[in-house]
Design a protein around this ligand. Structure first.
Ligand code: NAD
Length: 400
């Protein structure tokens, strides 16, 4: 009998995950997508033919993988029916709604996987699923296994690149899962990414690289005069030394936070939390032309070539920055605000992170931070630990 997998989401990553799992002989896919009429449209599209994943391989060949999810629905009961595994593959701002939808149907032995979880995934999972979560296995991966973009909703997705390896953390529940969730994922992914077990969930929280987006947007737009620009600026190749220095400082504050945790509790290993500079130079060694430092590495990384700032075209050829893009809407409340919250708990000062959050929250129309403290009117809309009543290091460690 096939292992049933529920996949939450309807975007780029959800299409790849659904396609790969549906293509595997051992697994059957039930997609849950709650957004607008995605479930209806995707179901209609599946009547026209298979879902196609166009996988770009390192040898420059493109392979087509074709498969059909068994079910695509907005009904959480149907999507989770007989499922052993629930995989979140959707931006973090949508997670709450998915946790609430699946809550009545979560059973012990289930594995709940954030692919990626994004910072605060575990806090929200436990907050909404309560005791039920304690009988499940909770996995959280540092990123999506692939760079991917939808070519046609419901029909075709371009799998542009596959990561070599991916680190994830695991919180064991009171009940054993029927199938080892890591083995199952590896079976579906194939050779890459190689799934590596991280040390603990706090490590994963501090490893997520999404903070680069708000840091670079702040670096570029903090002094913007509000006038439209004639072209979309290059996000990485157009980097200034100032923007690179902001990213460097934010990353250092996160590394400082990891060190402070291990200093307070030597048994808590945080060795996978690495500075962005060494991380990018190592991970993109084949595509970076000048690895002298973070600034040169980012500017000369051909893998980042052509990527532009998120912009809105307000009239033909006139652009303004899109401050409601996922780069801020996701990576501030479900990214920087979480690492800030952890830093606050272990007493690490984060002046640069604070500047970025303060600037970004203005554009998001929210108040998370007041001065250097997470006590703004809307801080409970973030996934900072404090928003879930977790205020001490012991509180954070009690989840492990
Ligand atoms: P995406 O941008 O494709 O997600 C869009 C989907 O999210 C929509 O189809 C819809 O199902 C849902 N959605 C959008 N707005 C919503 C709303 N207001 N309410 C509820 N649902 C809504 O996301 P993705 O590219 O699949 O990325 C998934 C995760 O992986 C994100 O956390 C992202 O940061 C991360 N990630 C993506 C890539 C990539 O190459 N795509 C690479 C690295 C990390």
């Amino acid at each position: 009998e096939k292992i049933k997998i529920c996949i939450c989401g309807g975007g780029n990553g959800a299409h790849v995950m659904a396609g790969l799992a549906a293509a595997h002989a051992r697994t059957e896919v039930q997609v849950l997508t709650l957004y607008q009429d995605e479930a209806v449209v995707w179901t209609e599209k599946m009547k026209q033919g298979d879902l196609i994943i166009a996988r770009n391989n390192p040898d420059r060949t493109v392979e087509e993988i074709k498969a059909k999810p068994a079910v695509i629905t907005k009904d959480a009961g149907q999507a989770t029916q007989n499922a052993d595994v629930i995989i979140f593959c959707v931006p973090a701002f949508a997670h709450k709604q998915y946790f609430e939808a699946i809550a009545p149907y979560v059973k012990e032995n289930m594995s709940i996987i954030g692919l990626p979880g994004q910072p605060g995934f575990e806090f929200q999972c436990l907050d909404i699923l309560k005791d039920k979560a304690r009988s499940c296995t909770i996995l959280d991966y540092e990123s999506l296994p692939w760079a991917c973009r939808l070519a046609e909703f419901g029909r075709k997705v371009d799998l542009l690149a596959t990561k070599d390896s991916l680190i994830g953390s695991l919180i064991s529940g009171k009940s054993q899962p029927k199938h080892d969730p890591v083995e199952l994922l590896q079976l579906i992914f194939g050779e890459h990414p190689i799934l590596i077990k991280g040390n603990n969930y706090l490590e994963t929280v501090l490893m997520v690289k999404g903070f680069a987006h708000p840091a670079l947007m702040y670096g570029h737009w903090m002094n913007w005069d509000g006038k439209p620009v004639e072209e979309k600026p290059l996000f990485y190749q157009g980097l200034t030394e100032f923007a690179a220095s902001v990213l460097w400082d934010v990353s250092q504050e996160i590394v400082n936070t990891a060190k402070a945790i291990s200093k307070a509790r030597p048994e808590v290993t945080m060795e996978n939390v690495e500075h962005f500079e060494s991380w990018i130079i190592r991970n993109y060694r084949h595509t970076i032309q000048d690895p002298t430092n973070l600034y040169t590495a980012m500017k000369t990384n051909t893998a980042y070539g052509g990527l532009v700032h998120p912009m809105q075209e307000i009239s033909p050829g006139k652009y303004i920055p899109d401050f409601h893009h996922r780069y801020l809407e996701e990576d501030v409340p479900y990214g920087l605000a979480v690492t800030k919250g952890v830093a606050q708990i272990v007493g690490v000062a984060t002046p640069c992170t604070d500047k970025v959050i303060t600037w970004a929250q203005g554009h998001l129309g929210k108040e998370f931070l007041v001065g250097s403290e997470l006590k703004g009117k809307e801080f409970k809309d973030t996934r900072a630990p404090q928003a879930f009543g977790l205020n001490t290091l012991d509180d954070l460690l009690s989840l492990m």
